[in-house]
Unconditional design. Structure first.
Length: 203
């Protein structure tokens, strides 16, 4: 489990698509001496298992489901990625609970400079509309963000200069795809209400 507070940005140094499963090697730039084979790391918001270590580089195997649902399907050597290692019990939680289970990719529609932040407008697929609420939380490429406005088929988030500086968001351009994970709480609330409706239960 993760918090959506990015530790650092890393670089994809290898994507071996001839290997099954596909192997991705990421140079995290971190001291990984306390990281072990089998540990979980969120890479652009995708929870991946470490299968190899070499200095500051970590190897990850990409399942077919991961390739289908996330931006890893189009990832290339040299891509900048957000890195967060899993939460440590007892530390403060500064973002929100992020599983690293990406729901889908969404397209960045517009970047607009506001007075103290950048407004990023993303498309909102209709099947995920029920999970996104104004002032609710989302994870985009693993970054915990607060939803500003929901406008039909799109939603806005406001990104402060610090977040732009410490994540790969500074390199995003209109038209780019990012990984979306909806908030765990909204997912379970919607599931509960759907089950109540199907069973005829009254809350």
């Amino acid at each position: 489990m993760f918090s959506g507070i990015i530790e650092t940005t890393g670089t994809i140094v290898l994507i071996d698509r001839d290997r099954k499963p596909v192997l991705a090697r990421v140079d995290t730039g971190l001291d990984l001496r306390e990281t072990n084979i089998g540990d979980s790391v969120a890479v652009n918001g995708v929870c991946l298992t470490v299968v190899g270590l070499d200095g500051s580089c970590a190897d990850f195997e990409l399942a077919e489901e991961t390739l289908r649902r996330t931006t890893f399907k189009d990832a290339e050597t040299g891509d900048l990625v957000n890195i967060e290692r899993s939460l440590v019990v007892g530390e403060r939680l500064h973002g929100h609970f992020v599983f690293g289970h990406v729901d889908t990719t969404v397209r960045l529609l517009e970047i607009k400079n506001e007075e103290a932040s950048e407004r990023f407008k993303f498309e909102l697929p209709s099947r995920f509309r029920k999970f996104i609420a104004e002032k609710g939380s989302v994870a985009l490429n693993g970054v915990s963000l607060t939803v500003g406005e929901v406008e039909g088929s799109s939603f806005n988030v406001y990104i402060i200069p610090h977040t732009l500086e410490v994540t790969m968001f500074s390199g995003l351009q209109e038209g780019d795809l990012v990984n979306l994970e909806v908030d765990m709480l909204s997912r379970y609330v919607v599931s509960f209400l759907n089950n109540c409706s199907l069973s005829g239960s009254v809350l």
